[in-house]
Design a protein around this ligand. Structure first.
Ligand code: MG
Length: 434
């Protein structure tokens, strides 16, 4: 029997779509820095001459999604006509394009565009292999995985030999972990109860629902008003009890001094972590906050722009939980580098998700980490936000507060064609309706 997608092929088509959901109408996703997000995807579809396709996207929150979509379009010459089997090579070509690199390097709109294209290529590769992405990656050899990583700027913290050793250490017990993952899934935590725009009754009701659904952690947005935060954390503690893991997320609201003062004022609620206390670029600031609020742990990563900043955060002892995002850094390849860095420093990865389709993507990376890199689910959770999944053809499945391991081929990145049409900005019916 011939394997699915065997043989030579060429990418013959690339289409982009500016897709936006009017989430600001219900204040879903509202936090201290983003009061009215319209969750959006700058979406790309690659098609091959033998009938396969690959889907990817960058997540934005509304205005600027057209810019992001145009940036993805600028990468078309890299993929059209190509047979992209060497994803390590193509990723490095994209990141090191001598002219596009000026727009970063390795940060911002262009880097997120690279992420969308690289992730679409991985979706394509996994579909061609007939496997979910997490399993495709987990079944690669340590040498193949090391070949996917760009070690430039990393070697003072992680060398290819050290990465190889981390992967080899996990090698012999991979099969047992794949089996456990298929049975148990991967732990999730709930963010939906804690959006800043929700009133106390809604917070109370949603916390109770999250407990009833079996989630092992709940996160609350904080940072707009201290008295409100104290009142809302009191409500959450009443519902969840004194020992349940409750984390808080300031979405970059504070300076270093105010972060330490504000979190100290919330210390009686014993936050499981404080997330994004300040600018994602401020490595030394995070380190000072971590020192100033000890033993409350610092978590960050959803806006960290590349592996180099993650390296520094780890070197500085600035974070206790690393929250990589599937669609901000340079796609699967750079996230593998970040997983390896986290393993080297012994820091658990608890991925950022939510948005549009970020849960769908990032579950694959966390599961790959469990099977083939860190080898552990201890003290690790994937964020879960309960909306927009219905727009995806292979939506995440949560049971008893855990992500089920995806089984469909691909990266779970494909949106329904009707959803794309209806939500295309500004002409789709969702936006033209009054
Ligand atoms: Mg966050």
């Amino acid at each position: 029997m011939t394997a699915p997608g065997a043989g030579a092929y060429r990418i013959v088509g690339m289409r982009t779509h500016d897709v936006r959901f009017p989430t600001s109408r219900e204040l879903d996703g509202s936090d201290a820095m983003n009061p009215d997000p319209d969750y959006s995807a700058a979406y790309v579809v690659l098609t091959t001459d033998d009938g396969f396709d690959g889907h990817g996207f960058a997540f934005t929150i509304g205005r600027g999604n057209d810019v992001q979509t145009a940036a993805i379009g600028a990468l078309e010459p890299y993929v059209i006509g190509r047979d992209v089997e060497d994803l390590g090579g193509l990723y490095k070509e994209l990141v090191h394009d001598s002219q596009l690199r000026w727009l970063g390097p390795e940060k911002g709109v262009m880097h997120m565009a690279i992420s969308a294209v690289v992730n679409a290529l991985w979706d394509l590769k996994a579909r061609r292999a007939g496997k979910p992405l997490w399993r495709l990656l987990a079944e690669m050899s340590p040498e193949e995985i090391v070949g996917l990583v760009d070690f430039r700027y990393l070697s003072d913290a992680l060398t290819p030999d050290q990465a190889l050793q981390i992967l080899k250490n996990a090698e012999s017990s991979k099969e047992a972990r794949i089996n456990r993952l298929m049975v148990d899934g991967y732990p999730a935590y709930a963010t939906s109860p804690g959006w800043l725009g929700y009133d106390d009754d809604k917070l109370r009701r949603l916390c109770q629902e999250a407990l009833d659904q079996g989630f092992g952690q709940i996160k609350l947005k904080v940072g707009a008003d201290l008295a409100d935060d104290i009142r809302r954390l009191t409500v959450a503690r009443e519902v969840c009890g004194p020992d349940f893991p409750l984390s808080i997320d300031a979405n970059q609201r504070w300076d270093v001094g105010s972060a330490i003062a504000w979190v100290s004022a919330l210390a009686e609620f014993r936050p499981h972590w404080v997330e994004e206390p300040t600018s994602p670029d401020d490595v030394l600031g995070h380190a000072a906050i971590a020192e100033g609020i000890r033993p409350i742990p610092v978590a960050t990563g959803e806006h960290v722009q590349n592996r180099i900043v993650f390296k520094q955060l780890l070197q500085a002892g600035a974070l206790s939980y690393l929250q990589l995002d599937a669609a901000r850094v340079g796609g699967v390849n750079e996230n593998i580098a970040i997983l390896l860095l986290a393993a080297k420093f012994g820091v658990p990865v608890c991925p950022h998700a939510g948005g549009v389709g970020l849960c769908e993507l990032v579950q694959h990376l966390a599961m790959f980490d469990y099977v083939a890199v860190s080898g552990s689910m201890d003290d690790r959770v994937i964020e879960y936000v309960d909306h927009l999944h219905e727009h995806f053809t292979d939506p995440v499945v949560i049971e008893h507060g855990r992500y089920r391991a995806p089984t469909a081929p691909g990266f779970s990145a494909e949106m329904h064609a009707e959803s794309i049409t209806a939500h295309t900005y500004p002409g789709g019916e969702v936006w033209t309706r009054a």
